[in-house]
Write a new protein. Structure first.
Length: 325
């Protein structure tokens, strides 16, 4: 190496760069780098170029045997390592495709009844309560709801545009009539917060695809702001700019979990359970499964079909012979 040349980028920096250039989500960046770091540490901090199929197999086997992780978690780790070797290191090795794939067993989603949803939402108020109602009323995933901007709300058409959902796809879902007033009242408070940020020399929001560099000042415009911003400003680790991010996902998860406990709901409740409940309740109301597929953003209708097995109609809608006695 030329002594005057800059040092090559660190491996994890190469991973970050490869993820960004492919416009993968920040969540994917976080997950992949975590698994790659775990893989390297597991093998005594050896460089991946010095390892191969046996080391990958050993790592994945340890996750299943000692770590007792779910098959989906094991496959997530495998996907991260495949990305590392194929994309980051540029190695097209035959053994990569032969690494064992954990078999995922079908599991029914957790679904709340309408009564349980009511009890849960009655235990929530303020911003968290409004956000939980939005998740249940639209079927959005947690991060999809958090990333909604002011411009994505269409009050006249009663629509929410979901930007870059799973798979990078946009879609449209409904904006519940019951939330029109509460969200507009909420936006008055958010606008006031944004105006205060501008007065203090802040107010710039993160923009995708280098829009901020192309259109100067766009990140300070009201219509680009998050609908559910964080209470505190924080530094963007990628560029050092002080911004107001959206709500922390962990804060929402904790608020919903605590509300479920207060409501005495014994089922495991998370934000994603509200999405499952949205789909199941629509299906139970007689809506076409293709329509529900589009609202959820499922690529395959087979994914949406899982909700037919958890409708509130007993075992597949069949009447038990005991009830006929």
């Amino acid at each position: 190496m030329d002594p005057g040349s800059p040092p090559p980028p660190r491996l994890l920096d190469q991973v970050h760069a490869a993820i960004r250039v492919r416009h993968l989500s920040p969540a994917t960046d976080e997950i992949y780098t975590r698994w790659i770091r775990s893989f390297i540490i597991f093998h005594g901090k050896r460089h991946p170029l010095d390892m191969g199929a046996s080391e990958v197999e050993t790592f994945l086997t340890d996750l299943a045997v000692r770590g007792k992780v779910a098959p989906s978690t094991q496959n997530q780790a495998k996907a991260a390592l495949l990305f590392l070797y194929k994309v980051v290191l540029g190695l097209d090795l035959p053994w990569l495709n032969n690494v064992v794939q954990a078999k995922r067993m079908p599991r029914l989603p957790v679904v709340l009844t309408s009564t349980e949803v009511t009890r849960l939402l009655n235990q929530m108020s303020g911003t968290m309560g409004l956000f939980a109602r939005l998740l249940y009323g639209t079927g959005m995933r947690l991060r999809e709801g958090l990333r909604v901007r002011v411009k994505d709300l269409d009050f006249e058409r009663r629509e929410v545009i979901v930007r870059e959902g799973k798979g990078g796809k946009d879609r449209v879902t409904m904006l519940p009539e019951a939330l029109l007033g509460p969200i507009q009242e909420h936006l008055v408070k958010v606008r006031s917060l944004h105006d205060q940020d501008l007065k203090e020399g802040f107010g710039e929001v993160w923009l995708p695809d280098a829009l901020g560099a192309k259109y100067k000042g766009l990140g300070r415009k009201w219509h680009w702001q998050w609908v559910f911003p964080s209470r505190l400003r924080s530094q963007d680790p990628a560029c050092g700019v002080i911004r107001r991010h959206f709500l922390y996902p962990e804060s929402v998860q904790r608020a919903i979990r605590e509300a479920a406990s207060r409501a005495n709901i014994t089922k495991p409740v998370s934000p994603h359970v509200l999405r499952h409940s949205f789909a199941t309740h629509l299906l139970g109301s007689g809506y076409d499964i293709r329509t529900i597929q589009e609202l959820l953003g499922h690529k395959d209708v087979e994914t949406t079909m899982i909700y037919t097995h958890v409708l509130n109609r007993g075992g597949h809608g069949v009447k038990s012979p005991l009830d006929s006695i």
